[in-house]
Design a protein around this ligand. Structure first.
Ligand code: AMP
Ligand code: ZN
Length: 664
């Protein structure tokens, strides 16, 4: 063997070994610097000597580039889902049913955690990772091999070839700490933060850009091997063999004898799951004996030899210290609970949302009440109830304020709204600041150099009293404010200047008229040409615009009836902002002339959101695939028939992430 080749092989071995130590054994035996040096050397040699290419080289972990779509392939063995239960009774009847079929009550259970992520199916042949599929419909899934290769703990080459050919199933997850870190990073970069680890994990493995996947802190926990060659007696032994081969199999499983052992395991993890470094949504109970598993077999949907015991969304009790009342941009008052800090799903919770006045009144909360706090899929936890055994004093019932906590104005409530609001739109501080923040926000005028904190500062110092002041800033005095270097003032000036050429629909959206969001702004401007036209329209004529309801129409009319708002328009107009549609091409969007079919269930957006996104960017939605369809936006659980029809007709299949790419 020549020197180059043996060096390449050696490097691959060393790097694989370090990966295994680091990701699977938690041992870090090499500095990042030295590791990167080895990897660089390998990547260099491989690019110089492509004849030694190996698709399972650890160099492929940094991401294999961009694909335009995933191919759909069949699992060798069907991927079943799991029968679910939330109660001990159901668990008992599962046990009774199983013991009848097995004709014995004497068998072991292997209890495991039910990792909350997205399932994958890895295929290994002769010790090498051959491909990775998503679960899909259980029969077929998407080939996401390049994405899975970026996960450091997934072995590309096995430590020993115990089985020649097998599928191994696992769950792609993100640990809580990595998730929080990822979000902090995104926040710094001004990118939208992710909702929860589960959705982020399952969204990430379906990204078409594997280089981006490599940047997501994914992990792959394995939990079952399927193969014709298996001669092993029990599931728990199989887990150990998987570990020996180099897979990441978390060590939380417990083999127990009877149902009582199972119940103890369930109870233990219900109490302790908040201490786990990752999220689980229940536990999985498997009959340990493989022969018994064979005897029990499968229903059309799940194995009869396993069942999932699901936990309810994590709910903890803590003390309610007080409630603050926040005033939003539109004047709506939202109650926010201040709690005795409590650890839920790995993060400390100090505040919880109560959503609205109506909801708060239903609970009749008292200071020092013990409240149930639930952290479901949302970032902001919510209060779901009160522990009635442990209440605060009756004298301390928390009352909803009668006056605005910021400006003392008497609050008002409309029957149609769940919240009170402060009618002092002109002088109530958070409302004014909120309106300015909205006006300069990215989707509106996108003024660089005028961040939330700067706006507050300029407001407090009297430089910025309403939106129109943005175009009359006294830059010389601002540059004298401490911490405002020349450079930031210059940026601010440029940002303000650039904003003057923003098209009418951005300006209209930026005005922050109630119910006039991005989508409504665009729809209105398809029908009218100038602000003058809009200002003179009646509720009736506005409601005739496609998809503009009466509520929105009334809100527009109200807005322009206010003299202050008419003044604002005059000022902005003389500052040079655009209030007419110059030519209709202003309204042509990235998806104009394209037709989309939406199918399946999506991870990051609701179907409604996807539909909206397409429409506000000028695309058309159609309900069935035809030769006129340009794109099929495919989510989960989409039927194979749709896929093959799209393929036959040459329709491009994209997922929600590529849709966003397409738009931008
Ligand atoms: P469900 O999606 O509720 O039908 O539950 C089935 C899914 O649970 C499987 O497809 C796996 O992705 C997931 N799962 C997580 N942990 C385990 C485990 N320890 N054993 C089996 N399945 C698991
Ligand atoms: Zn107020």
């Amino acid at each position: 063997m020549n020197e180059i080749k043996s060096r390449i092989i050696k490097l691959r071995e060393i790097i694989n070994e370090h990966n295994h130590n680091y990701y699977n054994l938690d041992k870090n035996l090499i500095s990042d610097f030295d590791y990167d040096r080895l990897l660089d050397e390998l990547i260099n040699l491989e690019s110089k000597y492509p004849e030694y290419f190996d698709e399972n080289s650890p160099s492929n972990r940094v991401g294999g580039g961009l694909s335009d779509k995933f191919s759909t392939e069949s699992h060798i063995y069907q991927m079943y889902s799991l029968d679910n239960t939330y109660s001990n009774e159901e668990l008992e009847s599962w046990y009774t049913r199983s013991s009848k079929i097995l004709d014995t009550k004497d068998f072991e259970f292997c209890c495991e955690l039910k990792y909350d992520g997205a399932s994958v199916n890895l295929l290994y042949e002769n010790g090498k990772l051959v491909r990775a599929l998503t679960r899909g419909d259980g029969t077929q899934g998407d080939n996401i091999t390049n994405n899975i290769k970026t996960i450091g703990s997934v072995p590309l080459n096995l430590n020993n070839i115990f089985l020649k050919k097998f599928e191994i199933r696992g769950e792609i997850i993100i640990r809580n700490d990595s998730f929080n870190q990822l979000n902090r990073k995104r926040e710094e970069l001004g990118e939208p933060i992710f909702k929860n680890p589960r959705n982020t994990a399952s969204g990430s493995i379906k990204l078409l850009d594997s280089n981006e996947v490599a940047r997501r802190p994914l992990q792959c926990f394995l939990y079952s091997i399927v193969s014709d060659e298996v001669k092993i007696k029990s599931h728990s032994e199989l887990l150990n063999i998987a570990r020996d081969m180099g897979f990441d199999v978390p060590k939380y499983e417990k083999v127990v004898d009877g149902l009582n052992g199972v119940k103890e395991y369930i109870y233990y993890w219900d109490k302790n799951r908040s201490n786990l470094p990752f999220e689980i949504d229940g536990i999985v109970i498997k009959i340990n004996n493989i022969n018994f598993q064979k005897k029990l077999g499968f229903t059309s949907k799940f194995p009869r030899w396993a069942i999932a015991y699901k936990y309810k969304a994590e709910n903890l009790v803590t003390k309610l210290n007080s409630i603050s009342f926040n005033v939003g941009r539109t004047g709506a008052i939202t109650p926010v609970a201040n709690l005795e800090p409590v650890l839920i799903s790995g993060s400390t919770v100090k505040r919880a949302s109560l959503h609205s006045f109506d909801q708060m009144m239903k609970l009749r909360l008292r200071v020092n009440d013990s409240v149930y706090v639930e952290k479901g899929g949302e970032i902001i936890p919510k209060i779901t109830g009160i522990d009635y055994k442990n209440r605060g004093s009756e004298n301390d019932v928390i009352k909803f304020p009668k006056n605005c906590p910021e400006c003392e104005t008497k609050l008002v409530k409309l029957d149609s709204e769940a919240n009170f609001f402060c009618p002092n739109t002109k002088n109530c501080r958070p409302q004014v600041i909120g309106r300015i923040q909205h006006f300069v926000s990215r989707k509106a005028m996108n003024i660089d150099g005028l961040g939330d904190e700067t706006i507050k500062l300029l407001y407090n110092r009297g430089y910025l009293k309403d939106i129109s002041d943005i175009y009359n800033l006294d830059y010389d005095s601002i540059s004298l404010i401490e911490g405002h270097a020349d450079k930031s003032v210059k940026n601010l000036k440029i940002g303000v200047e650039n904003s003057k050429s923003k098209p009418f629909q951005k300006v209209l959206y930026g005005l922050g008229i109630r119910y006039v969001g991005e989508s409504a702004s665009k729809k209105i401007l398809k029908n009218i040409k100038s602000i003058d036209e809009l200002m003179n329209m009646s509720i009736e004529s506005l409601s005739q615009i496609d998809e503009i309801g009466e509520k929105t129409a009334a809100s527009i009319v109200d807005f322009f009836q206010e003299e202050d708002n008419r003044d604002l328009i005059t000022k902005l107009r003389s500052a040079g902002l655009i209030f007419i549609i110059n030519d209709k091409s202003d309204l042509s969007y990235s998806l104009s002339n394209l037709t989309f079919v939406i199918s399946g269930v999506f991870e990051m957006h609701s179907r409604e959101e996807i539909k909206n996104l397409i429409e506000i960017n000028g695309g058309k939605i159609s309900s069935s695939i035809s030769s006129k369809t340009n794109y099929l936006v495919a989510g989960n659980n989409i039927g194979p028939a749709k896929f093959s029809k799209a393929n036959d007709l040459g329709v491009t299949i994209i997922n929600e992430v590529s849709l966003i790419d397409l738009i931008s």
